[in-house]
Design a protein around this ligand. Structure first.
Ligand code: UT7
Length: 320
């Protein structure tokens, strides 16, 4: 026994930062950003905390599912960095929701939502849970180097959430990791120990864009093919593809190597940028609320990110 998705939700901060605005503080242009990434604008936290984003997305998902916080048996939050070092973001959300179940965070970077789904699957398989809330949230604007044009144009803030309940919706899931601290990383930042011998570095994202790009295209093609095969399906059976929204050129390049028509791909990068772990559940929620999924549809998903990690899955949409 595994799970089916019975509710989805999302939340983005109010403030919208356009490419034009970014071009006022780094040497870039709306044309360059749109051509090279497909991004037009992104939402950036000013007033909101990551907890605000998580709680709103969670409440939306619970409402969509018709499940109360008291009926939850587990909360998992996929995030690079919650509001506090401790307690976990999942525990903060549990308190805000008034839930009483166990709660913990997972750091799988942009693949975090997929990692969280696979962990949740284990709880269902062991018959430990009936209802699980999985939230994915990142506010990368807090760890972006806003003087580095090669990274600051890419990211946005947001959160997405799903409620999982016992069912057979998860048809396959596969995670990978290839430890690498060079191509995409962010140092932890200040260390308060007077005894520690290593220098503190600014906690900002560093990325070798072209290397991540190559990894991303290869991983998406491999991940989607494997997820479909492991589900016992063929590409023709797939109704929707939700790729990690990192760069529309990455999605296009991977799509060109897969025998699945372009119209089945979900794209929302233009308005959000890369929201890290949140990309997948935000896209799921957007498509769900727009009525794009029919009961019985097969959705293939693939994420990749720092780690270097990947996660791919096929989910049957079991919600009416
Ligand atoms: O969740 C995973 C996280 N990250 C990713 O998935 C990112 C993967 N990588 C990418 O999406 C692309 O590599 C980027 C969008 C980051 C960069 O695109 P690219 O086509 O790979 O460009 P590049 O890094 O090879 O740079 C080409 C040129 C360089 O100038 P020169 O050396 O040719 O004169 C850069 O300095 O573009 C320049 N450049 C920019 N120009 C204007 C880099 N960023 C910008 C910018 N505006 N924002």
């Amino acid at each position: 026994m595994s799970f089916s998705i019975i509710g989805t939700g999302r939340c983005v901060p109010k403030y919208i930062m356009t490419n034009q605005e970014i071009s006022t503080f780094v040497d870039t242009s709306d044309e360059w950003i749109q051509q090279r990434t497909g991004i037009c604008e992104r939402h950036i936290c000013k007033e909101e905390t990551i907890t605000d984003l998580c709680v709103t997305a969670a409440k939306n998902a619970l409402e969509d599912a018709g499940v109360t916080p008291q009926e939850l048996d587990l909360i998992i939050c996929a995030t690079l960095r919650g509001e506090l070092i401790t307690p976990s973001e999942a525990c903060i959300v549990q308190k805000e929701l008034g839930a009483t179940c166990p709660a913990f965070d997972i750091n799988g970077a942009c693949s975090g939502f997929m990692y969280a789904l696979d962990v949740a699957d284990g709880f269902f398989a062991r018959n430990k849970v009936k209802n699980v809330l999985v939230i994915a949230a990142d506010n990368l604007s807090n760890i972006t180097d806003w003087t580095d044009r090669s990274t600051c144009v890419l990211f946005g803030d947001g959160s997405g959430a799903v409620v999982l309940s016992k069912g057979e919706g998860l048809r396959s899931i596969n995670l990978t990791a290839k430890g690498n601290t060079d191509v995409l990383f962010a140092p932890r930042g200040e260390n308060t120990s007077p005894f520690y011998k290593h220098p503190s570095e600014r906690p900002v994202l560093h990325m070798n864009g072209p290397e991540v790009y190559k990894f991303a295209v290869t991983s998406m093609v491999r991940g989607i093919k494997k997820a479909i095969k492991d589900a016992g399906l063929t590409p023709d059976d797939i109704d929707h593809i939700i790729p990690h929204q990192a760069n529309s050129r990455i999605i296009e390049a991977a799509a060109a190597k897969l025998p699945i028509p372009h119209e089945k791909y979900v794209f929302n990068i233009a308005h959000y940028g890369n929201t890290s772990a949140s990309c997948m559940p935000m896209a799921l929620d957007e498509a769900n609320k727009a009525g794009k999924f029919k009961k019985g549809d097969y959705i293939a998903m693939c994420a990749f990110g720092s780690g270097l990690t990947t996660g791919s899955a096929v989910i049957r949409w079991d919600k009416d």
